[in-house]
Design a protein around this ligand. Sequence first.
Ligand SMILES: N[C@@H](CCC(=O)N[C@@H](CS)C(=O)NCC(=O)O)C(=O)O
Length: 369
Amino acid sequence: MPSTVESVDREHFFRLYGSEVSYFTAKVRPAFRIKRVPHVEVLATPRVYREIIRARTGLQFIPVVVTPEDDTWQDTSDILDRLEERFAEPALVPPAPVQRVAAFLWELYADEFLILPAMHYRWDFPDSIAKARADFAATNGDPVAAGKFADRMSGVLPGIGVLPETVPAIEAHLAELLADLERHFAVHPYLLGGRPSLADCALMGPFYAHLYLDAAPSRLLRERAPLTCHWIERMNHPDPDENGAWPDGDALPDTMRPILARIGADASAYVLDTVRAYETWADTRPADVTEPPRAIGFHQSSLRGVSFGRYTSSYTLWMLQRVIDPYRTLSSADRARVDQAFAGTGCDAFFRYEPRHRVEKRGYKLAFA
Ligand SMILES: N[C@@H](CCC(=O)N[C@@H](CS)C(=O)NCC(=O)O)C(=O)O
């Protein structure tokens, strides 16, 4: 007899294969709900990995979406773009230039930088480790496979720069972010004001799947950031009758400014150092290499004056392109407005960066453009 999930009408329902404790599943889940996309969320069990995820994408990543037409979408940024095309209302990407660039900047920050506190608070605290391992086993259904996956995930900490010497800066960054978010959510229900956007979806990755659900940071959030907890709940349970607006005149909320300044101060070096290292490698890459590997050796970066080594990611350039492409294609008048809105935050480092190389997606893989 087919399971309930298998028997859900395939002609009309999207399938979102993922997991509750998965960073990137948490990023797209609210978009499905806010846009009222007919869908079922299906747990990524070993069978699903074998028969759907690896079979369709050749990769091991969640989430994966299968559309009613049987197309397969992988990568949360692509999934959100496609949902936006197909379910235009309510829009998650603001139409006005400053807010639009801000939304993509938040996505870059949440995907690429907030992985540091998310991974630290999951894998550096005994009670978080125990809970995460139990959550993995419970959701995966195969304790041995879940244990191996947990070993692999906890093993990436030094590679991304979660090291004894960087932990104080990572913890301070999160503590300051929580304080600023509390001030922000006291005035605005969402990051960009009165309605949710891509920025909120992206922040849900680290904030819901890791910091809200994992043992040690869940206490931190509930003690220090109750309004941020309410925002998490709002994002996961959107009110269909809500009809707020993004701020008039393409403004950014004032309460976002200190957060942007921290993104400029801490995250820009982390992101741009890896892109620079990737480009240095790409300048002289072997002629027979047609696709960049996901990880290309190590490079030095720094966070709040602490120097550390981390692996060089090719994917970060693709994420950076998502910020600088919309910026570069603006009219000069609109670009001047964006420059003015971000002046003094340090985020202009992202806009000013001029990549010598470009990456694109071929199938589900990155390729040299
Ligand atoms: N850039 C991808 C990242 C997806 C991703 O890293 N997913 C995690 C779970 S949250 C995963 O499947 N990791 C498996 C691995 O790294 O081997 C996206 O946005 O979809």
